[in-house]
Ligand binder design. Structure first.
Ligand SMILES: [Fe+2]
Ligand SMILES: [Fe+2]
Length: 237
C-alpha cells in the first residue's frame, strides 16, 4: 500500500476524513478530531505535549500497514448516502445502546455509589447526555437531514424556512460540543474508563460500554462536523 504523506499544517479532522482508521491514533494521543477537527496537527500535538513528527510517523506507519477491514469512505459518498449511513449506523447504534447504558449507569451508581461518589456524577452526566442525544438525533432526522437530502436532489438550491442551512448546522455543532464535554467529563471521572480492582462485572461492562460510546460518538460527530455539514453548506452555495 502506498504511504500517505500528512503535514503538520493539516487540520486533524481532514486527516481522519481521508483515513477514518487513524481516529484510534488520535484517541490514544488524547487529540480531539471531531469538535476540535479544524485545529492543525502541529498545534494539536503541542497542546498534548507531543512531538508532531513522531505522531506523523505513527500515522504514516498505520496507513502503510493498514489491513483490509471494510472502512466506510465517508468522503466518497453522496450527501444523501452519507446522511443515510449516519442514521443507519450511528443513530441506530445509539438507539439500542443508550437504554442499555441507562440501566448500567443507574445500577452501578445505586450499588457502588457509597463506595465511590464519582459514580453518581457519572450517572448524572450520562443521563444528561442521553437526553440531549435523543432530542439531537430527532432534530437531525426530522429537520436537518431531510434538508440535506433535498439539497442533494435538486439542481438549484431550494429555499428553506430557516434561511441558510448553516443556521441549523450551527445549532447541531453547538450540541456536538456539549456532548463532547459530557464524554470528556465521564472519561475524567472514570480515570479513562479504567475499572478499579474491586469493580464487578456490571461496573466493567458500564466502563466498556462508555468507552465504546465515546469512540462511536467521536466517529459520528466527525462525519457530521467535518464531512456532511461543510459539504452541505458548500452545495447550497
Ligand atoms: Fe447524528
Ligand atoms: Fe449530530
Amino acid at each position: 500500500m502506498q504511504t500517505e504523506k500528512f503535514k503538520v499544517t493539516d487540520p486533524v479532522g481532514s486527516i481522519v476524513a481521508k483515513r477514518p482508521a487513524l481516529a484510534r491514533v488520535f484517541e490514544q494521543a488524547g487529540i480531539d478530531y471531531c469538535c476540535g477537527g479544524k485545529v492543525p496537527l502541529g498545534q494539536a500535538c503541542q497542546k498534548q505535549g507531543l512531538d508532531p513528527q513522531a505522531l506523523l510517523a505513527t500515522l504514516e506507519g498505520v496507513v502503510a500497514t493498514a489491513g483490509t477491514e471494510p472502512v466506510v469512505k465517508a468522503a466518497a459518498l453522496t450527501l444523501t448516502a452519507l446522511a443515510d449511513h449516519i442514521e443507519a449506523t450511528h443513530h441506530g447504534y445509539l438507539k439500542t445502546e443508550l437504554p442499555r447504558l441507562d440501566a448500567l449507569t443507574q445500577k452501578v451508581a445505586a450499588v457502588h455509589g457509597a463506595h465511590d461518589p464519582r459514580l453518581a456524577q457519572v450517572r448524572d452526566t450520562y443521563a444528561g447526555l442521553a437526553a440531549e442525544m435523543a432530542s439531537h438525533m430527532l432534530k437531525e432526522e426530522r429537520i436537518l437531514f431531510p434538508m440535506i437530502r433535498q439539497l442533494d436532489a435538486s439542481e438549484s438550491a431550494p429555499a428553506f424556512h430557516c434561511g441558510s442551512i448553516a443556521n441549523p448546522i450551527r445549532q447541531m455543532e453547538l450540541e456536538h460540543d456539549q456532548a463532547g464535554g459530557a464524554l470528556a467529563k465521564m472519561r475524567e471521572l472514570t480515570g479513562g474508563f479504567t475499572p478499579p480492582d474491586w469493580a464487578c462485572n456490571t461496573y466493567r461492562a458500564m466502563l466498556d460500554a462508555l468507552a465504546h460510546l465515546e469512540h462511536d460518538l467521536h466517529q459520528h460527530v466527525h462525519k457530521e462536523n467535518n464531512i456532511l455539514f461543510p459539504r452541505a453548506i458548500e452545495r447550497q452555495g
